[in-house]
Design a protein around this ligand. Sequence first.
Ligand code: RET
Length: 236
Amino acid sequence: MNTLLFMGKMDPSDYIGFTFFIGCMAMMAASVFFFLSLSQFDKKWRTSVLVSGIITFIAAVHYFYMRDYWAEFGESPTFFRYVDWVLTVPLMCVEFYLILKVAGAKKSLMWKLIFASMIMLIAGYFGEAVYTDQSALWGLISGLAYFYIVYEIWLGSAKKLAVDAGGDVLQAHKILCWFVLVGWAIYPIGYMLGTDGWYSSLLGSGSVDIVYNIADAINKIGFGLVIYTLAVKKSE
Ligand SMILES: *C/C=C(C)/C=C/C=C(C)/C=C/C1=C(C)CCCC1(C)C
């Protein structure tokens, strides 16, 4: 069957399928919102909002496929999920760089964050899809890369730049830092619900997808709105 045209039957009690559907719509709506707002910003801030729109747009396309995959197979679309993340999470790292450029952020900061995010995601994919009997180990490696990102933006060079920039940029940076510390921390919970490890006796197992879908909506759209708000303030 042509997956592009296939419309899976929706079971009314399939609440996981429902979150895939809503996720798809929310990401599409957010993209339209970000794209159509572009002309109101000063040139300097347009790129940041454009990247927010690209992030939600990439997610919308993946949600379209994931929704379909879920409807057809009733399984977690782990592959599409990670392809989505591998594209969108580095773009979120780019956002940190873009807003801190006013304080003289160097590309090396961006590459450091991107590199750590790739380690985080590749290790996560290994643990969730490839070496599933070593999920806890790969989860740990992924978690270390995650904590490196948290360190870099909360206390490291990114923090220093944000303080130098001050004002609206510092405020936006702080909110984005909270997104990474709290919003991103939802993902390892999903991972632990979906894989076996020492944590299984504590958490049991549950739906990875519902956790990931909620986390994506918060992080991709919320993150984008913080950037949007900053751009609005700076373009006044
Ligand atoms: C839009 C998608 C986003 C912001 C995805 C973020 C994903 C993570 C922060 C994933 C983190 C993981 C760990 C820290 C350990 C377990 C494996 C992962 C990949 C779920």
